[in-house]
Each structure stands twice: as structure tokens, then as C-alpha cells.
Design a protein around this ligand. Structure first.
Ligand code: PLP
Length: 403
């Protein structure tokens, strides 16, 4: 046994989160196999299933829907699920209750948040800044939001934001963690700079929620969105969330004012009167099956803190980088993920010219990460279920494939 695999064993033995791994449906049979198999490093794309979720969905379908039918909107808490589950997510992103609703996709919530942000600031502010390296959907939606609100869209890298801010800036849309490189951007200082210019900050938390502390209230973030199918393990297409800071809620003028956000949704009025609070972020009838799968998936957070998850995430990514350096010929891959902890999310992105082919071979050998055009291998480390032994084995198989 190599020094690194021995160390992995010790790290797993000392890992306080290790028992939580048994809650997930994983390829446990391969845990102690000599060869790597069933190592899932794609939780930054789709989190793994937890064992309590299928039973919950069965109950929602058979009893709540099958037996109670329409009564479940009230008796099973369906109607209030968006805000109830929003309050469950709130502590994970450092938000007090009453500021988050769950529903729609991240893309749709980016639209709501950005248009609403622009509508809150002085109309002379005619420019929206967007992260030039953003996950594409945010850029597409920002372009449409700018067109609809009569603003100009200016793509800038997060590093260029402070210099680009000015009297013309209405709002800035940024990603907390870059989906490709895994770089963690400095939310506190960027938010402060955006505020100093008089603009509003909209953050996309898709790659940070459930992986690291966010501190929305502490840092005075204005609006934020995030997805629940990555590190929150909510399931494929699980609904996203929208955060609107409490003191902005009265001014939140939704560009999608559906009846679920009406002050009296069952008043069936022809005129729109927005509900108070975060409820204004709702649109139409929520997707109850996905939403309640997410609610079941979130129960694990009763037993674990974001701080503990962050500590293990950094330990896993540090260890992976160390194993890759030890096993791989120098220069064969280059990490594009920052070394510094304060600049790192919960994934490692390695660049190599034949990344597409390398990832195919890795997946064939049971190490599941993903490939991002044109030359990036992504490995996501979900601390709730990824072990140090898997991390070491994944690096070993990677080195063999890179050969
Ligand atoms: C940073 C980021 N923003 C937005 C999205 C898109 O989310 P959705 O397809 O759920 O709208 C993703 C999806 O992976 C993402 O990584």
C-alpha cells in the first residue's frame, strides 16, 4: 500500500462526516476494491441520491396525491413549500428566514433577480455588468434582461469589476464559484465595491451552496439565486432558489408576477397586488414532486454544518491535488483551480489537450467526473459522500489513463 493510500485510510478514519456517506446510494461494494470503480466526482453537476428520498416521493405520490388529492395543497403543506423549503436553505447561505423562495430553474431566477435589481435603481444607471466567464445561461439571460429594461450589457471578468463600476452601473451579475475553473470569487469585497458605486449585486450561488459558507446577510448581498441539484443533492431538475434581501423586498418588482406571488392568490383579482416579503419571488404552481424530493434531501443538514463541509471539501481537494502531483508525469495536466483556499470552490479542474478522451476513459474505468469544452477535466468533491480513499484512487486511475 502506498504512502498516499495509507494516509487516505487515516484521513477517512478521522473524518467526522464519514458516517453520513451511508445515507447516500453509492457504489459501496467497490469501497475496498483494489481497482477503482464507482467513484462519483460529479456532484458539482448532479448530486447523488439519498436513501430517504425514494420513500418520501412514494408517500407524496401514493398518499398525498393518490389519497388526499386536492386536500394536500393545504393538509400536506404543498402550497407553502416554496417558502418553507426556502427557510430550510437559508441557514446554508447565511440568510435569516423569510428571504428565500424555492421554485423555477436557476435560469428563470436569474431573470427575475436581474430585472428586479435594475428596476430598483435610478433609471439613469444604464449599464448592467455581467461576469464574462459566466455559466452561459446567465450571460444569455442578462442580455435579454438588458434588452427588456433598455440597458446596455457589458461583460467583464470578476477581477475587472471594481474598475468597471461607476455612476452608470445599475446591477452586476456574478458567479460565486466559476463553473469551469472552480475559482471562488471574493463575494464580500466585490459586493462592497458594487455597493460603493451605488449599484446592486446579484450572485449566482450554484457552485457554492452546500459546499462553502456564503454569508448573504452578513455581506449585504442584494439578490441571489442558486440551484439545488448539485451540492444540495435535490435531484435532477430540482427547483432553484431566489434570495431577496429583506429590506429590498417591498421594492422587488417581479418581471414574472404570476398568481402565486399575489397578495391574495385565491382572490382571483384581475389586478396585480404583490404579496409581502420573499413570496413576491414566486411565479406559478410549484413542481411539488421535485420540491418535496428536495425537502427530503435537505434533512441531512440537521446533522452537519456548512463549516464542517467546507473544511472537508478543502482537505479533499488539497489531497487530490497532492495525489495528482505525486502520480502524474509533471506537465501532463495543469490545474486551473487556485491553490489558495480562499480562492477555491469544491472542485478541481485540470487542463490537458486530450481532456475529452481522458474523461471517456476515466468514466469507462468507473471514475465519474466531467469534461468541459475545450480541454478541462472537472472533478467535484461532495464532502457529504466522497471519501479520501476514493480521492486517492481517482488520482491513481487518472494517472494511469494519462499514462
Ligand atoms: C453557475 C450556473 N448557473 C446557472 C446554471 C443553470 O441552471 P438551470 O439549468 O437549472 O437553469 C448552472 C447549471 O449548471 C450553473 O452551473
Amino acid at each position: 500500500m502506498s504512502e498516499l493510500s495509507l494516509r487516505a485510510k487515516k484521513l477517512d478514519a478521522a473524518d467526522e462526516l464519514a458516517p453520513l456517506r451511508s445515507r447516500f446510494v453509492l457504489d459501496n461494494a467497490s469501497d475496498h476494491a483494489a481497482d477503482a470503480a464507482g467513484i462519483y466526482l460529479d456532484g458539482n453537476s448532479l448530486g447523488a441520491l439519498q436513501a430517504n428520498v425514494p420513500g418520501r416521493i412514494e408517500d407524496v405520490v401514493r398518499r398525498q396525491w393518490g389519497e388526499l388529492r386536492i386536500r394536500s395543497w393545504d393538509e400536506s403543506g404543498w402550497w407553502t413549500a416554496p417558502e418553507r423549503i426556502g427557510d430550510r436553505i437559508a441557514p446554508l447561505v447565511g440568510a435569516a428566514p423569510g428571504q428565500i423562495v424555492v421554485g423555477d430553474s436557476t435560469s428563470v431566477n436569474v431573470f427575475k433577480a436581474l430585472v428586479a435589481a435594475v428596476r430598483m435603481v435610478d433609471p439613469t444607471r444604464d449599464e448592467i455588468l455581467v461576469d464574462a466567464t459566466t455559466f452561459p445561461t446567465d450571460g444569455y439571460i442578462a442580455e435579454s434582461a438588458a434588452r427588456l429594461t433598455g440597458r446596455t450589457l457589458r461583460p467583464v471578468t470578476p477581477a475587472e469589476v471594481p474598475a468597471a463600476l461607476g455612476e452608470r452601473t445599475a446591477a452586476v451579475l456574478l458567479n460565486h464559484v466559476d463553473y469551469r475553473s472552480g475559482r471562488l470569487h471574493d463575494l464580500p469585497s466585490l459586493t462592497a465595491a458594487i455597493h460603493a458605486s451605488g449599484a446592486l449585486a446579484v450572485w449566482d450561488l450554484c457552485h457554492s451552496v452546500g459546499a462553502l459558507p456564503v454569508g448573504l446577510d452578513e455581506h449585504g448581498v442584494d439578490l441571489a439565486v442558486g440551484c439545488t441539484y448539485k451540492y444540495l443533492n435535490g435531484g435532477p431538475g430540482a427547483p432553484a432558489f431566489l434570495y431577496v434581501r429583506r429590506d429590498l423586498q417591498d421594492r422587488f418588482d417581479s418581471p414574472l408576477p404570476g398568481w402565486n406571488s399575489h397578495a391574495e392568490p385565491f382572490g382571483m383579482s384581475q389586478s396585480y397586488d404583490p404579496a409581502p416579503g420573499a413570496l413576491r419571488g414566486r411565479v406559478g404552481t410549484p413542481d411539488i414532486l421535485s420540491m418535496l424530493a428536495l425537502e427530503a434531501a435537505l434533512e441531512i443538514w440537521d446533522e452537519v454544518s456548512v463549516a464542517a463541509v467546507r473544511a472537508k471539501s478543502l482537505a479533499l481537494t488539497d489531497f487530490f491535488l497532492e495525489c495528482v502531483a505525486a502520480y502524474t508525469e509533471p506537465g501532463r495536466v495543469t490545474s486551473v483551480t487556485p491553490e489558495l483556499h480562499e480562492e477555491r470552490g469544491s472542485q478541481i479542474a485540470l487542463r490537458c489537450p486530450d481532456a475529452g478522451d481522458v474523461m471517456k476513459q476515466l468514466i469507462d474505468r468507473g471514475v465519474v467526473g466531467d469534461f468541459r469544452n475545450p480541454d478541462v477535466l472537472r472533478f467535484g468533491f461532495s464532502p457529504l459522500y466522497v471519501s479520501f480513499a476514493e480521492t486517492e484512487r481517482a488520482a491513481r486511475v487518472l494517472a494511469e489513463v494519462l499514462g
